[in-house]
Design a protein around this ligand. Structure first.
Ligand SMILES: [Zn+2]
Ligand SMILES: [Zn+2]
Length: 409
């Protein structure tokens, strides 16, 4: 073997070894993915007070989805206004209009509201599963539709160019999101009024969070069917004829409701809050909203809220769980605290202004997250009267508080 070639080979081998060492394949074995060795300096959390909680539904189908019934855009918006929704994402199946949602849902003359902020959105409905795309302004959804059967590297590049918030739908059900979760900003952890279907979605969420992915959990009713205005308009999905036919009376806008803490009453602020994780999910628009915050320096004031990510010092942190909204004065709620995917504590909330606190010291090195889920008596939703029994016992889900998550993951 010529000397020069041999030398080049040994240099290449040396570089290969160096590469392995950098990847953590040294004598100690693969690096522990939980340990974040070089955390970049994290920006302090945004203001905890300069913003407003806005409520909405992020997964609704109108008449532009072919399997819907009695659900024109105007009817959805009139209903949303009547129950005080602040924003809405009408997410029609893009494959029903060859990807051209811009000339169907978004171009519908009824797609306008004096009070409800309308996101530009669609359900990316592909052979590999379903996801919702959310945007503050119109975007070229056809490009996402065109690459639906491509590999993730192609889909991811298009998605980045479009700048949309991409969100996995019903991740544990039929048509689960069969693409890389690296392309996502959010995940539908609560799909439809039937809470019991969502336990595995929480498991998937916890796995993604535990692996370092800072993914916002959100809700979506996936409502397709408006109540028939006349008996002649009734369909199999809009009358209470069988146990499966509860759609129009039990699953409608707001079951569940997703709250976002937005810096302004604009579509952009709604999408930004969704991306940042300043989000809480309630069983319906009138159910209490769970808020999780933390006091990092023991001065009695919260320093971070849901979705925020700070560097852990190793010192104790005071966590606060509270419910906002109207509560029955005699109601008692159970709070499950989840830390890093496992059960950490169980607390109780009651009274007119329910607040409960707990203390823990997130490790100074490695990632930690906390989230809570609240169970208790259902809150009446008179406009969707049969929803209460199906969403019970879940009342609300918080998004996580994050410690030492790598923002460049
Ligand atoms: Zn779907
Ligand atoms: Zn859907």
């Amino acid at each position: 073997m010529p000397y020069v070639l041999k030398k080049q080979r040994s240099i290449a081998f040396g570089l290969w070894l160096l590469g392995l060492a950098q990847l953590g394949f040294g004598q100690a074995g693969p690096a522990n993915p939980w340990v974040s060795s070089e955390l970049p300096l994290l920006a302090p959390p945004a203001s905890l007070t300069q913003g407003i909680w806005l409520k909405g539904d992020l997964h609704v189908h109108s008449r532009h989805s072919k399997e819907s019934s009695n659900n024109p855009v105007g009817k959805i918006l009139a209903f949303s206004q009547s129950v005080g929704m602040d924003y809405l994402a009408i997410t029609d199946h893009d494959n029903h209009v060859d990807g051209d949602v811009a000339h169907h849902t978004w171009a519908d003359p009824e797609f306008t509201s004096p009070s409800v902020l309308l996101l530009y959105a669609a359900e990316w409905t592909t052979t590999r599963g379903h996801g919702n795309a959310f945007a503050a302004q119109p975007y070229d959804h056809r490009r996402l539709y065109q690459v639906r059967d491509q590999r993730d590297v192609v889909v991811g590049a298009v998605k980045r160019q479009l700048g949309v918030n991409l969100s996995a739908n019903h991740p544990s059900g039929k048509d689960h999101f069969g693409y890389s979760y690296d392309m996502l900003e959010s995940l539908e952890v609560w799909n439809s009024v039937i809470w019991a279907k969502n336990a595995n979605a929480l498991m998937i969420w916890d796995d993604m969070l535990s692996s370092g992915r800072k993914l916002t959990g959100r809700g979506g009713s996936d409502a397709h069917h408006g109540r028939p205005d006349t008996p002649a308009q009734a369909t199999a999905n809009s009358v209470q004829a069988t146990a499966n036919s509860v759609q129009a009376t039990a699953n409608y806008v707001g079951t569940p409701t997703t709250w976002v803490f937005a810096t302004a009453r604009t579509t952009q602020a709604v999408v930004d809050a969704l991306t940042n994780g300043r989000v809480s999910i309630s069983a319906n628009p009138f159910a209490p909203r769970v808020e999780l915050s933390a006091d990092l320096n023991q001065d009695g004031r919260p320093d971070m809220m849901m979705g925020d990510n700070v560097a852990a010092t190793g010192r104790p942190v005071r966590f606060r769980v509270q419910l906002a909204g109207k509560m029955a004065p005699d109601a008692t709620y159970r709070v499950a605290v989840i830390k890093n995917g496992g059960a950490f504590d169980t607390l109780q909330l009651s009274g007119r202004h329910p607040v409960v606190e707990f203390t823990d010291a997130p490790a100074a090195t490695g990632r930690t997250y906390y989230r809570v889920q609240v169970e208790g008596p259902p809150t009446p939703y008179p406009q969707v009267p049969e929803s209460m029994a199906l969403s019970s016992p879940m009342v609300g889900l918080s998004n996580p508080l994050y410690f030492n998550f790598d923002p460049h993951f």
